[in-house]
Design a protein around this ligand. Structure first.
Ligand SMILES: [Zn+2]
Length: 280
Protein backbone atom coordinates (compact mmCIF):
# COMPACT_ATOMS: atom_id res chain seq x y z
CA UNK A 1 0.00 0.00 0.00
CA UNK A 2 1.16 3.55 -0.60
CA UNK A 3 2.44 5.23 2.53
CA UNK A 4 1.98 8.86 3.53
CA UNK A 5 5.53 9.62 2.49
CA UNK A 6 4.67 8.63 -1.07
CA UNK A 7 1.80 11.07 -1.32
CA UNK A 8 2.23 14.06 -3.55
CA UNK A 9 0.83 17.49 -2.84
CA UNK A 10 -1.99 17.37 -5.35
CA UNK A 11 -3.00 13.80 -4.75
CA UNK A 12 -6.74 13.65 -4.18
CA UNK A 13 -8.40 11.88 -1.32
CA UNK A 14 -8.57 8.19 -0.75
CA UNK A 15 -10.69 5.88 1.34
CA UNK A 16 -7.46 4.32 2.63
CA UNK A 17 -7.43 4.77 6.44
CA UNK A 18 -3.62 5.11 6.42
CA UNK A 19 -4.06 8.38 4.60
CA UNK A 20 -6.79 9.74 6.84
CA UNK A 21 -4.38 12.16 8.52
CA UNK A 22 -4.40 14.31 5.40
CA UNK A 23 -7.15 16.97 5.35
CA UNK A 24 -9.84 15.53 3.06
CA UNK A 25 -11.63 17.44 0.36
CA UNK A 26 -15.37 17.79 0.65
CA UNK A 27 -16.23 14.64 -1.23
CA UNK A 28 -14.15 12.51 1.08
CA UNK A 29 -15.84 14.01 4.13
CA UNK A 30 -19.12 12.75 2.72
CA UNK A 31 -17.75 9.26 2.81
CA UNK A 32 -16.73 9.17 6.45
CA UNK A 33 -18.54 6.35 8.16
CA UNK A 34 -18.03 4.01 5.23
CA UNK A 35 -15.86 1.10 6.10
CA UNK A 36 -12.75 0.66 3.95
CA UNK A 37 -11.94 -2.99 3.30
CA UNK A 38 -8.77 -4.88 2.46
CA UNK A 39 -7.66 -5.13 -1.15
CA UNK A 40 -6.54 -8.50 -2.39
CA UNK A 41 -5.22 -7.45 -5.77
CA UNK A 42 -4.08 -4.40 -7.58
CA UNK A 43 -3.00 -2.69 -4.39
CA UNK A 44 -1.20 0.62 -4.65
CA UNK A 45 2.50 0.28 -5.26
CA UNK A 46 3.30 3.92 -5.85
CA UNK A 47 0.76 6.70 -6.38
CA UNK A 48 1.43 8.64 -9.56
CA UNK A 49 1.50 12.43 -9.54
CA UNK A 50 -1.78 12.55 -11.42
CA UNK A 51 -3.40 9.79 -9.41
CA UNK A 52 -7.14 10.22 -9.40
CA UNK A 53 -9.29 9.83 -6.36
CA UNK A 54 -10.00 6.33 -5.15
CA UNK A 55 -13.59 7.22 -4.36
CA UNK A 56 -16.19 6.96 -7.06
CA UNK A 57 -16.36 10.11 -9.17
CA UNK A 58 -20.08 9.86 -9.95
CA UNK A 59 -20.99 9.75 -6.27
CA UNK A 60 -18.49 12.52 -5.59
CA UNK A 61 -20.34 14.69 -8.13
CA UNK A 62 -23.57 14.55 -6.10
CA UNK A 63 -24.10 17.40 -3.57
CA UNK A 64 -23.42 16.50 0.03
CA UNK A 65 -27.03 16.64 1.21
CA UNK A 66 -28.22 14.46 -1.63
CA UNK A 67 -25.43 12.00 -0.96
CA UNK A 68 -26.38 11.79 2.72
CA UNK A 69 -29.92 10.96 1.69
CA UNK A 70 -28.67 8.26 -0.71
CA UNK A 71 -26.32 6.74 1.82
CA UNK A 72 -28.69 4.21 3.46
CA UNK A 73 -29.19 2.66 0.00
CA UNK A 74 -25.47 2.39 -0.71
CA UNK A 75 -23.64 -0.59 0.69
CA UNK A 76 -19.84 -0.70 0.67
CA UNK A 77 -18.77 -4.05 -0.77
CA UNK A 78 -15.54 -5.75 -1.69
CA UNK A 79 -15.41 -7.16 -5.19
CA UNK A 80 -12.97 -9.96 -5.88
CA UNK A 81 -10.92 -10.77 -8.99
CA UNK A 82 -12.83 -13.18 -11.20
CA UNK A 83 -16.26 -12.39 -9.73
CA UNK A 84 -19.01 -12.14 -12.37
CA UNK A 85 -21.52 -9.36 -11.65
CA UNK A 86 -23.76 -9.94 -14.68
CA UNK A 87 -24.07 -12.39 -17.52
CA UNK A 88 -25.37 -11.42 -20.97
CA UNK A 89 -29.19 -11.36 -20.90
CA UNK A 90 -29.07 -11.71 -17.13
CA UNK A 91 -31.12 -9.60 -14.74
CA UNK A 92 -29.37 -6.65 -13.13
CA UNK A 93 -29.94 -7.07 -9.40
CA UNK A 94 -27.53 -4.34 -8.28
CA UNK A 95 -25.61 -1.43 -9.71
CA UNK A 96 -22.03 -0.80 -8.57
CA UNK A 97 -20.04 2.39 -8.14
CA UNK A 98 -16.38 1.23 -8.09
CA UNK A 99 -13.88 3.00 -5.85
CA UNK A 100 -10.63 1.25 -6.60
CA UNK A 101 -11.72 -1.97 -8.28
CA UNK A 102 -11.92 -2.60 -11.98
CA UNK A 103 -14.74 -4.26 -13.90
CA UNK A 104 -14.47 -5.43 -17.52
CA UNK A 105 -17.44 -5.49 -19.86
CA UNK A 106 -17.10 -8.52 -22.11
CA UNK A 107 -18.98 -9.60 -25.18
CA UNK A 108 -19.17 -13.30 -25.97
CA UNK A 109 -17.85 -14.04 -29.44
CA UNK A 110 -18.63 -17.76 -29.27
CA UNK A 111 -18.64 -20.52 -26.65
CA UNK A 112 -14.97 -20.19 -25.83
CA UNK A 113 -14.06 -16.66 -26.65
CA UNK A 114 -14.91 -13.31 -25.15
CA UNK A 115 -13.68 -9.85 -25.99
CA UNK A 116 -13.47 -6.84 -23.74
CA UNK A 117 -15.53 -3.95 -25.08
CA UNK A 118 -15.31 -1.62 -22.09
CA UNK A 119 -13.75 -1.08 -18.69
CA UNK A 120 -15.29 0.56 -15.61
CA UNK A 121 -13.46 1.93 -12.59
CA UNK A 122 -13.75 4.88 -10.20
CA UNK A 123 -14.98 7.10 -13.05
CA UNK A 124 -18.19 5.18 -13.66
CA UNK A 125 -20.97 2.79 -12.73
CA UNK A 126 -21.55 -0.86 -13.58
CA UNK A 127 -25.16 -1.45 -14.59
CA UNK A 128 -25.58 1.34 -17.12
CA UNK A 129 -28.63 -0.22 -18.88
CA UNK A 130 -30.53 0.86 -15.74
CA UNK A 131 -29.99 4.48 -16.73
CA UNK A 132 -31.96 3.72 -19.88
CA UNK A 133 -34.67 1.95 -17.90
CA UNK A 134 -33.47 -1.52 -18.88
CA UNK A 135 -32.94 -4.12 -16.17
CA UNK A 136 -31.04 -6.66 -18.27
CA UNK A 137 -27.33 -6.70 -19.09
CA UNK A 138 -26.07 -7.06 -22.66
CA UNK A 139 -22.56 -7.99 -21.56
CA UNK A 140 -20.71 -10.04 -18.99
CA UNK A 141 -19.40 -7.81 -16.20
CA UNK A 142 -16.27 -9.40 -14.75
CA UNK A 143 -14.23 -8.07 -11.84
CA UNK A 144 -10.72 -7.81 -13.15
CA UNK A 145 -9.09 -6.05 -10.21
CA UNK A 146 -10.22 -6.54 -6.62
CA UNK A 147 -11.22 -3.56 -4.54
CA UNK A 148 -14.15 -1.72 -3.06
CA UNK A 149 -17.35 -0.41 -4.58
CA UNK A 150 -20.65 1.05 -3.39
CA UNK A 151 -23.57 -1.17 -4.27
CA UNK A 152 -27.24 -0.27 -4.64
CA UNK A 153 -30.17 -2.53 -5.42
CA UNK A 154 -31.70 -2.11 -8.87
CA UNK A 155 -35.08 -1.21 -7.35
CA UNK A 156 -33.58 1.47 -5.15
CA UNK A 157 -31.51 2.83 -8.02
CA UNK A 158 -34.62 3.08 -10.21
CA UNK A 159 -36.41 5.16 -7.58
CA UNK A 160 -33.34 7.25 -6.79
CA UNK A 161 -32.49 7.99 -10.41
CA UNK A 162 -35.99 9.31 -11.11
CA UNK A 163 -35.78 12.02 -8.48
CA UNK A 164 -32.05 12.76 -8.29
CA UNK A 165 -31.12 15.40 -10.87
CA UNK A 166 -27.40 15.66 -9.99
CA UNK A 167 -27.06 11.88 -10.23
CA UNK A 168 -28.89 11.93 -13.58
CA UNK A 169 -26.56 14.61 -14.89
CA UNK A 170 -23.44 12.70 -13.76
CA UNK A 171 -24.73 9.46 -15.27
CA UNK A 172 -25.70 11.06 -18.58
CA UNK A 173 -22.20 12.47 -18.86
CA UNK A 174 -20.76 9.10 -18.00
CA UNK A 175 -22.98 7.43 -20.64
CA UNK A 176 -21.31 9.64 -23.21
CA UNK A 177 -17.85 8.77 -21.88
CA UNK A 178 -18.55 5.03 -21.82
CA UNK A 179 -19.96 5.11 -25.36
CA UNK A 180 -16.82 6.92 -26.51
CA UNK A 181 -14.65 4.33 -24.78
CA UNK A 182 -16.60 1.41 -26.26
CA UNK A 183 -16.48 2.87 -29.80
CA UNK A 184 -12.77 3.58 -29.49
CA UNK A 185 -12.16 0.04 -28.23
CA UNK A 186 -14.07 -1.40 -31.20
CA UNK A 187 -11.90 0.56 -33.65
CA UNK A 188 -8.78 -0.32 -31.66
CA UNK A 189 -9.49 -4.05 -31.71
CA UNK A 190 -9.86 -3.94 -35.48
CA UNK A 191 -7.04 -1.63 -36.53
CA UNK A 192 -4.26 -1.46 -33.98
CA UNK A 193 -1.29 -3.73 -33.43
CA UNK A 194 -1.24 -6.17 -30.51
CA UNK A 195 1.63 -4.44 -28.74
CA UNK A 196 -0.07 -1.02 -28.92
CA UNK A 197 -3.37 -2.50 -27.72
CA UNK A 198 -1.67 -4.26 -24.83
CA UNK A 199 0.03 -0.99 -23.86
CA UNK A 200 -3.31 0.86 -23.98
CA UNK A 201 -4.94 -1.83 -21.90
CA UNK A 202 -2.20 -1.77 -19.26
CA UNK A 203 -2.46 2.01 -18.97
CA UNK A 204 -6.23 1.92 -18.57
CA UNK A 205 -5.96 -0.85 -15.99
CA UNK A 206 -3.18 0.85 -14.03
CA UNK A 207 -5.15 4.12 -13.92
CA UNK A 208 -8.20 2.45 -12.43
CA UNK A 209 -6.36 0.26 -9.93
CA UNK A 210 -4.06 3.14 -8.94
CA UNK A 211 -1.23 0.70 -9.39
CA UNK A 212 1.74 -0.06 -11.57
CA UNK A 213 1.62 -3.70 -10.67
CA UNK A 214 -1.11 -6.29 -11.10
CA UNK A 215 -1.58 -9.98 -11.54
CA UNK A 216 -2.63 -11.26 -14.94
CA UNK A 217 -2.38 -14.51 -16.79
CA UNK A 218 -1.74 -14.77 -20.52
CA UNK A 219 -5.06 -16.53 -20.83
CA UNK A 220 -6.92 -13.71 -19.12
CA UNK A 221 -5.19 -11.15 -21.32
CA UNK A 222 -6.01 -13.10 -24.46
CA UNK A 223 -9.70 -12.90 -23.50
CA UNK A 224 -9.41 -9.20 -22.79
CA UNK A 225 -7.66 -8.34 -26.02
CA UNK A 226 -9.12 -10.96 -28.34
CA UNK A 227 -5.65 -12.31 -29.12
CA UNK A 228 -4.30 -15.85 -29.16
CA UNK A 229 -2.06 -16.60 -26.22
CA UNK A 230 0.96 -16.64 -28.48
CA UNK A 231 0.00 -13.13 -29.62
CA UNK A 232 -0.14 -11.95 -26.01
CA UNK A 233 3.27 -13.50 -25.32
CA UNK A 234 4.79 -11.82 -28.34
CA UNK A 235 3.31 -8.39 -27.51
CA UNK A 236 4.40 -8.64 -23.87
CA UNK A 237 7.89 -9.75 -24.89
CA UNK A 238 8.23 -6.72 -27.17
CA UNK A 239 7.37 -4.40 -24.27
CA UNK A 240 9.70 -6.31 -21.95
CA UNK A 241 12.59 -6.08 -24.38
CA UNK A 242 12.18 -2.30 -24.41
CA UNK A 243 12.22 -2.38 -20.58
CA UNK A 244 8.75 -0.83 -20.44
CA UNK A 245 7.20 -3.65 -18.43
CA UNK A 246 8.29 -6.65 -16.48
CA UNK A 247 6.12 -9.72 -16.82
CA UNK A 248 6.92 -12.76 -14.76
CA UNK A 249 4.93 -15.42 -12.95
CA UNK A 250 1.62 -13.86 -13.94
CA UNK A 251 2.56 -10.48 -12.52
CA UNK A 252 2.88 -7.39 -14.68
CA UNK A 253 4.86 -4.41 -13.51
CA UNK A 254 4.91 -1.13 -15.39
CA UNK A 255 8.54 0.04 -15.27
CA UNK A 256 8.35 2.99 -17.62
CA UNK A 257 4.99 4.73 -17.80
CA UNK A 258 6.09 7.31 -20.34
CA UNK A 259 7.47 4.53 -22.52
CA UNK A 260 4.18 2.67 -22.17
CA UNK A 261 2.24 5.75 -23.27
CA UNK A 262 4.54 6.07 -26.27
CA UNK A 263 4.02 2.40 -27.13
CA UNK A 264 0.21 2.64 -26.79
CA UNK A 265 -2.01 3.56 -29.71
CA UNK A 266 -3.75 6.95 -29.76
CA UNK A 267 -6.93 5.33 -28.38
CA UNK A 268 -5.68 5.66 -24.80
CA UNK A 269 -5.10 9.42 -25.04
CA UNK A 270 -8.33 10.12 -26.91
CA UNK A 271 -10.49 8.55 -24.20
CA UNK A 272 -8.35 9.83 -21.31
CA UNK A 273 -8.50 13.41 -22.61
CA UNK A 274 -12.26 13.19 -22.96
CA UNK A 275 -12.54 11.89 -19.40
CA UNK A 276 -10.22 14.53 -17.96
CA UNK A 277 -12.03 17.26 -19.87
CA UNK A 278 -15.41 16.19 -18.54
CA UNK A 279 -14.15 16.14 -14.97
CA UNK A 280 -12.43 19.51 -15.20
ZN1 LIG B 1 -6.01 1.60 -30.34
Amino acid sequence: MGSNSMRVANQPSTANPQLAAVPPPAYQRRLTGLKPVRLTMGSISRPAANQPSSVNHLLAAVPRQTYQRMLPGLKPVHLTYGQVLYEPAGQIEHVYFPNNCLVSLLTAVDKNRTLEVGMVGYEGMVGMPMVLGIGVSAVRALVQGSGTAMRMTAARFRAEFKQNLPLQRALFRYTHLLMAQVSQTAACNRFHRAEARLARWLLMTGDRLHSNEFRLTHEFLSHMLGLRRVGVTRAASDLERKKIIDYSRGKIRILDRKGLEAAACTCYRIVKNLQDGMQA
